[in-house]
Write a protein that binds this ligand. Structure first.
Ligand SMILES: Cc1cc2nc3c(=O)[nH]c(=O)nc-3n(C[C@H](O)[C@H](O)[C@H](O)COP(=O)(O)O)c2cc1C
Length: 172
């Protein structure tokens, strides 16, 4: 597991090659295997593999979503706030599992923050995506994971990256 954790980086450059369906399915299975508070399982995953859709998603907020234009696959992660008061935590851990499985598949992936982000002065990124993907009102949008075959290699981390002063034993 640590090998995958050291190797994983946020990858935003992808080749135009198609991603194998089995790989996408294993990534989604990883999301479905994540723990869930009180076993409520409020998360839903919307897989977008159409170029036009991903271009629309890239416009969901200024800046940080741009790379989705070139992502062969995006996975939009939503959580039902009526099912769980901690849908954010549940969706976050599911997203983390999917990022790790993506690395295991040697695919590039990167989180795009949507919750609390704006599309423009008047509209939330969430509202924009809700319209594009016809997401029901009770489903809140946490994030999007952009996925694809890595275009180039980003160097992984080594032990020198670890901020070990952040670790506290028994008291702060
Ligand atoms: C909660 C969260 C939100 C993030 N939002 C974005 C985003 O909107 N766009 C983006 O390109 N990267 C986003 N990232 C990726 C971070 O920029 C990245 O994880 C950080 O720079 C560390 O680099 P690494 O993932 O390669 O270790 C986000 C990461 C997290 C955990």
């Amino acid at each position: 597991m640590l090998d995958i954790l050291y190797k994983r980086r946020s990858v935003r450059r992808f080749t135009s090659e198609e991603v194998e369906k089995e790989k996408i399915e294993r990534i989604l299975h990883a999301g479905l295997l994540a723990p869930s508070s009180k076993s409520k399982y409020p998360c839903e995953f919307i897989v977008c593999d159409q170029a036009e859709l991903n271009q629309n998603l890239a416009a969901s907020k200024p800046g940080g979503a741009n790379f989705l234009k070139y992502a062969p696959v995006s996975i939009v992660i939503t959580g039902d706030e009526e099912k769980s008061d901690v849908w954010i935590e549940d969706c976050s851990i599911a997203a983390a599992y999917m990022l790790l499985q993506a690395e295991k598949e040697n695919l590039g992936a990167c989180w795009v923050q949507i919750r609390e982000r704006k599309y423009d002065e008047d509209q939330l990124a969430e509202a924009y995506i809700r319209e594009v993907l016809q997401i029901p009102e009770n489903q809140k949008v946490l994030a999007i994971i952009g996925l694809g075959k890595k275009d180039g290699e980003k160097e992984g981390r080594d032990e020198s990256f670890l901020m070990k002063e952040k670790i506290h034993w028994n008291k702060f």
